[in-house]
Structure formats: C-alpha cells, structure tokens
Design a binder for this molecule. Structure first.
Ligand code: SD4
Length: 309
C-alpha cells in the first residue's frame, strides 16, 4: 500500500490539500481526492483567480479553464473559456468520462455542462466586480471605447496581473497518480484567450509510469515549453521531481533570454510514483505550495532558479 501524498500550488492550495489528504487517508482514489480539493478552492470566493468570484476578462466576462488527468489510464478531460458554471474541474472530469473528446471550449463546454445537469450560475461576487473595476489596466468611463493596441498591451503588465491557478497532484494508497488544474486564467485577459491550465501537457500531466507535474504562472510561456510534459519526461528519464522542476524553470529562463524578454513568473510542482515531491519557480515568483506527506500538512516556499543559473 502506498503512502498517500498531495501537493498543491500557492498558499490557498492548503485548502485543497486539507480536503484531498483526508480523502486519500480514507482510501479514496487520487483523482477523486484532488478534484474534491480543487473544488473547495473553486467554491471559495476569497480566491480571486479560481472558480466562483474570480476576476473577469478584459470585457467583464468571467471564464474558467481546467483539466484533469488520471495517471493510471492516461484518461484526461478539459474545458476552456467556460462561463456561468461554478466548477470547471467537475465539468472537465465529465468531458473525460462521458465524451470521446479531451477538450471542450466556450459555448460548447457550457452546453455540455448544462446537459450534464450543472446549474447555470452568475459566478461574480461584489468584491470581485469592485476589484475588477479598480485595477482594470485600461479602465474607462462608461460608454468609452475599449482600445487594444497590440501584443504589448497585454504582455507588458502581464506579470502584474492576478494569476494564481490551483494545481493539485495526488498519489493514492493504490499507487495511482491523479491531477487537476483549475483557474480563471489571467485577469483582464483578452476575451477568448486560453492559457496553459486546460492544456494537457502544459498546465498538467500525469502518468503512473513517470510522475505527475503541474504549472502555474504566465500560461503563454508554460505552453511555449510544454511545461508539465517537460517535467514528467525528465522524471521518466530518471530525474528526481525536484531536479525536474528546477530544470523546467531553467528552461523558462533560457527561452526568455533567447527571445530577448524578461523571464516570466512561473512555477512547477511534481510528484513521483514513489511519492517524492518537487517544486521550483523562476526568480521573483515568490511561489508557495502546500503539501501533505508523512501525515503532516505544510506550506513551503519553492526554490527559485535565478536567471544566470
Ligand atoms: C494562465 N497559468 O491562465 C494560468 C494562470 C496562473 O498562476 O496560473 N497563474 O495562464
């Protein structure tokens, strides 16, 4: 019997770890446990970057991205740009279980969720709307035309925008790995923008034969290096999860240098089939993660990989 382990991104991931670790200790599957953990965060309106009460996009639409993956079967499911449904991770799981597809987007994802019995909700909170108005990078008076001036308009302030995804990885007593990633994406994103979080291989990957990994940070840059696949394939090749995460952060730095841009704030977490844990981030990310191991829940700061390393 394997010793259950859970790891989740950011300080608010502690809530996910609390929920998931209890379920794993009771003998539930990794996938059930991590999704229940992620849903607890989706339901917490004080977390402004995941689920209910998140910050909307540039034009005020609150859309959610999520994916799930089962390390035993490599089954996976995802939704992107899902609107008016509370739990994107639960819908992603239904895509995995009830359809022959992996990813549903926008109106199609919403239609599917409604067919599956999910309730149509208005997921905005008053505090969320207030923060969206106050911090909108291009706040205008009502009626004034919104301007989009090209890529810089989005990419320059990107590191300042609220962007914290919850990615949860778990190892259950049967020795299976499962993972979930759920987010509202970058606040003030252009309508229709999809980040790494619903992309299998970018925001999340899980394979019992190699390990599980997840990402958080600027999704465009995670996609550019196929971040989670990169970490898992390093583990398959024999690296420990900690080294694999550090190498992914290093690669992020190298790609930024090659492209002549400042390295984005990004972080990776990883879990091996033996229950070993890894976490690393690019410099300045101040990335914290929560973990359950050896019966203890802790909040830890990840190692940062400096640009010249
Ligand atoms: C995205 N990766 O949509 C997500 C946001 C995030 O920590 O994780 N932030 O790009």
């Amino acid at each position: 019997m394997a010793e259950p382990v859970v790891i989740a991104t950011w300080a608010f991931g502690k809530l996910a770890v609390e929920v998931a670790s209890k379920m794993l200790t009771e003998g539930k599957s990794a996938l059930d446990a991590v999704i229940a953990g992620a849903q607890a965060v989706e339901n917490d309106p004080s977390v402004r970057s995941v689920g209910f009460g998140s910050l909307p996009d540039r034009i005020g639409r609150l859309t959610l991205d999520s994916c799930v993956m089962d390390g035993k079967t490599l089954d996976c499911g995802a939704v992107a740009g899902l609107e008016h449904i509370r739990s994107a991770s639960a819908v992603a799981r239904r895509v995995m279980e009830k359809t022959p597809h992996v990813l549903l987007t926008g109106e199609g994802a919403k239609w599917f969720a409604l067919q599956q019995g999910f309730a149509l909700e208005m997921p905005h909170t008053l505090d969320g709307i207030r923060e969206w108005i106050e911090k909108h990078p291009k706040a205008k008076k009502p009626g004034e035309k919104e301007q989009y001036n090209g890529p810089e308009d989005i990419t320059l302030p990107i590191s300042e925008w609220n962007h914290d995804t919850v990615t949860v990885l778990g190892l259950d007593q049967a020795g299976n790995l499962g993972g979930v990633c759920t987010t509202s994406g970058l606040a003030y994103k252009l309508p229709g923008r999809v980040g790494d979080s619903p992309i299998i291989g970018a925001g999340l990957y899980a394979d019992n034969e190699a390990g599980a990994a997840g990402a958080t940070g600027v999704g465009e840059e995670v996609i550019r290096i196929s971040g989670s696949t990169y970490v898992v394939e390093l583990m398959r090749a024999g690296k420990k999860p900690q080294e694999a995460c550090e190498l992914a952060a290093k690669r992020m730095n190298a790609v930024a240098v090659r492209r002549g841009v400042h390295p984005p704030r990004c972080a990776f977490i990883a879990l091996s089939p033996k229950g070993e844990i890894g976490a690393a981030a690019t410099e300045g990310t101040e990335f914290q993660y929560a973990r359950f191991k050896g019966g203890k829940i802790e909040l830890l700061k990840a190692k940062e990989v400096a640009l010249n390393k």
